[in-house]
Design a protein. Structure first.
Length: 190
């Protein structure tokens, strides 16, 4: 089979095989590129669920339009990331347009100053509690959770940034999230 002759980490070669309908090459390309596509979409969208949807749409588009890839205009990865960025920006614009339509049709009721003060106090107390609970974590747990949940990095990117193994990062984050949950007094539904 022709796909076996392709270097497993060469997106351009895999993309050429995908353009010919090679499902095995697409599976290898998917495994190679999907975490980075998701990471880029998540950085643009901030919402993991929306980023997953966009990443899926992008990879379907790559499968359908692989024959349009032109190596003379840039790398395969750049081509795929351009598609990803455009899709993510389109999603942000669509969400903003929908929010604008809703706001025009049904503006929110005016908040009373007392409500605003109460909300501000609640927000400050929650932030203080979260900061206090974050200080109870180990340095690696705190850094990993901060990078993943506040900066939008994927687990793999966090592992690279902290120069630690992916299983180590996943374990530290799980343990850290459990400690945060306990510190914050969050009830877990069973």
């Amino acid at each position: 089979m022709g796909a076996d002759a392709t270097a497993p980490g060469d997106p351009a070669a895999l993309l050429r095989l995908v353009a010919r309908g090679d499902e095995d090459a697409f599976a290898r390309l998917y495994d190679l590129i999907s975490p980075r596509v998701f990471g880029l979409a998540r950085r643009v969208l901030r919402d993991p669920a929306q980023a997953e949807e966009v990443a899926q749409e992008v990879l379907v588009e790559v499968w359908r339009t692989a024959s349009r890839f032109d190596a003379g205009k840039g790398s395969a990865t750049a081509w795929i990331f351009t598609i990803t960025h455009r899709r993510a920006v389109d999603r942000v614009r669509a969400e903003q347009a929908a929010a604008d339509r809703v706001q025009k049709l049904a503006p929110p009721p005016a908040a009373t100053p007392a409500d605003e003060v109460a909300d501000e106090v609640d927000g400050r107390l929650e932030r203080q509690l979260v900061r206090r609970c974050l200080r109870t974590l180990t340095d690696l747990q705190r850094e990993a959770i901060t990078l993943a949940y506040y900066r939008g990095y994927t687990y793999r990117e966090v592992a690279q940034l902290l120069d630690a193994g992916l299983p180590t990062i996943k374990t530290r984050m799980r343990d850290g999230l459990i400690r945060l949950r306990d510190c914050l007094g969050v009830e877990v539904a069973r």
